[in-house]
Design a protein around this ligand. Structure first.
Ligand code: SAH
Ligand code: SF4
Length: 350
């Protein structure tokens, strides 16, 4: 039998793996401690394991991580990584420092089938759902590359729709959270979805925080920019959000991309307020980040301010997402695995 990638296993899968091989179940905890808590993958250093078991490890597991193809740093401290996912595919991850927080934005898919009109990733059809080890690999590679910036928060807001790849995403969350290993609080992990309503209960069950890309203040606008709205409209989505709140007591984050002339009027701001006022939430407004041939424009700063102030005046809890990493094409919605061919990046990577 060949080896399997260690990083594909959450705790219960690893226990199962050992049990079916006649090994003790607690080997899984011991391995999590060595590999995730202490960062050791060399069996010789795993001193509390029997010699016989240590000798077996290389036959059972590989500890391969996705190769880093590019690592770029922005003037604002944001760092972007391009990782090889095999078969000529790649994904991006972005590390965003802010005060004493370092948030890692990870990808869950290569491309995305949801085809939101304003999104660079959505221009690329779904090519691959990442495996658990390919998601964990992004975290572990960045952790290794940036030892002075411990990752405090993880957001599934990179390339792809996490709820279109739920098995791998939720297994990764379990690994990140497991107390024998990385022990990252579930509350520091956020899953952002375009609104796959039937999968939102999985987020509630996982204990992670929920972010929802609303991006339209009525069904007409939202269906225009996000085709998924034709399957699950705003009412269905908000009902699922309320259900999530009832189950977890966690506030929801609504992301709202400001597109000039499409979603940024004062009427839209008022509609957005009335839509969300009965859902315990905060609003995160994201000025559109431009990318080639999108057909949309970022509103002027004055229009962005006006939109935000109207929501504040009405009493909403609203934050404007700071645009980070724009110079390295790492801002929200600018990730695409063909982006390494973007001329801007070519220049910056030299
Ligand atoms: N698929 C998930 C997560 C990835 S997208 C989702 O849609 O929620 C992460 C966020 O970036 C979403 O809120 C999306 O609306 C936003 N976004 C996409 N393209 C953007 C762009 N060009 N400018 C600003 N935000 C964008
Ligand atoms: Fe996919 Fe999210 Fe982009 Fe929509 S915004 S195309 S769901 S990655």
């Amino acid at each position: 039998m060949g080896t399997v990638n260690f990083y594909d296993f959450n705790m219960s899968a690893l226990e199962q793996f050992f049990v079916t091989r006649g090994e003790k179940k607690f080997r899984a905890q011991q391995m999590f401690q060595w590999v995730y808590a202490r960062g050791i993958t060399d069996p010789e250093q795993m001193t509390n394991l029997s010699k016989a078991f240590r000798a077996e490890i290389p036959q059972l597991f590989s500890f391969d991580l996705p190769q880093t193809i590019k690592h770029l740093s922005s003037v604002d401290g944001t760092q972007k990584f391009l990782f090889d996912m095999g078969d000529n595919m790649s994904v991006e991850s972005v590390l965003i420092p802010s005060g004493d927080r370092n948030t890692l934005c990870v990808s869950s898919e290569v491309g995305c089938n949801l085809a939101c009109k304003f999104c660079f990733t959505g221009k690329q059809k779904l090519l691959k759902r990442l495996s658990v080890s390919q998601i964990m690999g992004q975290f572990l590679q960045v952790k290794q590359a940036c030892p002075d910036q411990p990752i405090t928060n993880i957001v599934f807001m990179g390339m792809g729709e996490p709820l279109d790849n739920p098995e791998a995403v939720f297994a990764s969350i379990e690994i990140l959270n497991n107390t024998w290993g990385l022990n990252l609080s579930r509350k520091k992990i956020t899953v952002s979805t375009s609104g796959l309503v039937d999968k939102i209960p999985l987020v509630s069950k996982s204990g992670a925080r929920l972010a929802v890309s609303l991006n339209g203040s009525n069904d007409r606008v939202r269906s225009d920019v996000m085709p998924i709205n034709k399957k699950w409209n705003i009412k269905a989505l908000l009902d699922a959000c309320l259900e999530h709140y009832r189950a977890t007591n966690d506030k929801i984050t609504f992301e709202y991309v400001l597109l000039a002339g499409v979603t940024d009027s004062l009427d839209h701001a008022r509609e957005l307020y009335h839509l969300t006022k009965n859902v315990p939430c905060k609003l995160n407004i994201i000025p559109f980040n431009e990318h080639p041939d999108s057909g949309y424009q970022r509103p002027k700063d004055s229009a962005i301010d006006r939109f935000q102030h109207e929501l504040i005046r009405l009493g909403a809890h609203v934050l404007r997402r700071k645009t980070m990493g724009r110079d390295i094409f790492a801002a929200c919605g600018q990730l695409n695995s063909t982006a390494n061919k973007h001329p801007q990046l070519e220049t910056l990577s030299q």
